[in-house]
Design a protein around this ligand. Structure first.
Ligand code: SAM
Length: 346
């Protein structure tokens, strides 16, 4: 081991640096898989510190790659670290870390989009939802094409208290393209306010903790990277099914520069659009001329609650999907319809 230069960690025994591991196992980043590695252990330590107190924790790391964040997690006195990596080339390097931390690192060759972490840790770690978060943490620096669909899936899991949230209010520390991180944490009225802001913030306390400049990664990605911490809320700010909230939020933001009544109108079939939208806005006590970005979570709560009542009164309403309708018409070469929809004014 002495041949491998400087020590890279304090608690793990002497190990090759991440750069050396990459050379040793010929781990060229696969550009088509958006692999960008973090080699600076001060940065990986910072990500792990910001995840919270990991003493005796059970950690699920998604996409460990050559193992920079993995080392920092192992150095944080965790009881167990489970890593799930899709690319087999990384397994030998991770195995080397496992040998250095006997009994602590469990390596799974698999896909985080399908891996069932709810079965991976002991039942005894489960905490009631209302308690403090369990000693289970999720940490990861994944490709952006994976982290965004994954967070949407996990937000739905939070609303159902299943998946990684069978243990309770499992905390997550994840990286995103900086602009996505800003959207996740954006306040009402800000330029970055979007669908993601509302979907994440009605279920979680969301903090964009810091930004890592692109040049810290090898190879350097086109964009900077934001590290975001999520703690699921004891009481979601909107108490309606995830799919209903998603539908309302998606409709509102589909015309993000228009008044909010425009997108909300698309929740209703054309024949009743004007009347139903007016009723929804009136009962929810929301000003129709607010822009989507100006709507607070409590505005969305009122809109979702009233829309839910309207769906209960008219069981066909929830199935009505303006966007789907457009797609079907388009596929029948009726693109004119889309122009009509775009030009539509309430
Ligand atoms: N976490 C490492 C780091 O910070 O240096 C690697 C980051 S690299 C951007 C993303 C890693 O996630 C790669 O190792 C890639 O193979 C892995 N990965 C990508 N998609 C995955 C998936 N669906 N399931 C598991 N791992 C995945």
């Amino acid at each position: 081991m002495a041949a491998f230069g400087k020590l890279s960690t304090s608690r793990l025994p002497p190990l090759p640096t991440i750069r050396e591991i990459i050379k040793l196992f010929r781990l060229q980043a696969a550009k088509q898989l958006s692999q960008n590695f973090l080699l600076d252990l001060r940065l990986t330590d910072k990500i792990v510190r910001k995840a919270g107190n990991l003493t005796n924790a059970y950690v699920y790391e998604v996409g460990p790659g050559p193992g920079g964040i993995t080392r920092s997690i192992l150095n944080a006195d965790v009881t167990e670290l489970l890593v799930v990596e899709k690319d087999t080339r990384f397994i030998p390097g991770l195995q080397m870390l496992s040998d250095a931390a006997p009994g602590k690192l469990r390596i799974v060759h698999g896909d985080v989009l399908t891996f069932k972490v709810e079965k991976a840790f002991s039942e005894s770690l489960k905490r009631p939802w209302e308690d403090d978060p369990p000693n289970v943490h999720i940490i990861g620096n994944l490709p952006f094409s994976v982290s965004t669909p994954l967070i949407i899936k996990w937000l739905e899991n939070i609303s159902c208290r299943d998946g990684p949230f069978v243990y309770g209010r499992t905390q997550m520390t994840l990286t995103f393209q900086k602009e996505v991180a800003e959207r996740l944490a954006a306040n009402t009225g800000s330029k970055q306010r979007s669908r993601l802001s509302v979907m994440a913030q009605y279920l979680c306390n969301v903090r964009h903790i810091f930004t890592i400049p692109g040049q810290a990664f090898v190879p350097k990605p086109e964009v900077d990277v934001g590290v975001v911490h999520f703690t699921p809320l004891v009481q979601p700010k909107i108490e309606q099914p995830f799919k209903l909230v998603e539908k309302v939020v998606q409709n509102v933001f589909q015309f993000r520069r228009k008044y909010c009544h425009r997108g909300l109108g698309m929740l209703f079939p054309e024949a009743q659009r004007l009347e139903s939208t007016g009723r929804l806005l009136e009962l929810a006590d929301v000003d129709p001329t607010l822009r989507p970005s100006q709507l607070s979570i409590s505005h969305f709560k009122s809109l979702c609650d009233v829309y839910r009542k309207m769906c209960d009164e008219d069981p066909q309403l929830f199935a009505y999907n303006f966007r789907e309708l457009l797609k079907r018409r388009k596929s029948k070469n009726e693109e004119k319809e889309e122009d009509d929809a775009e030009n539509y004014r309430l």
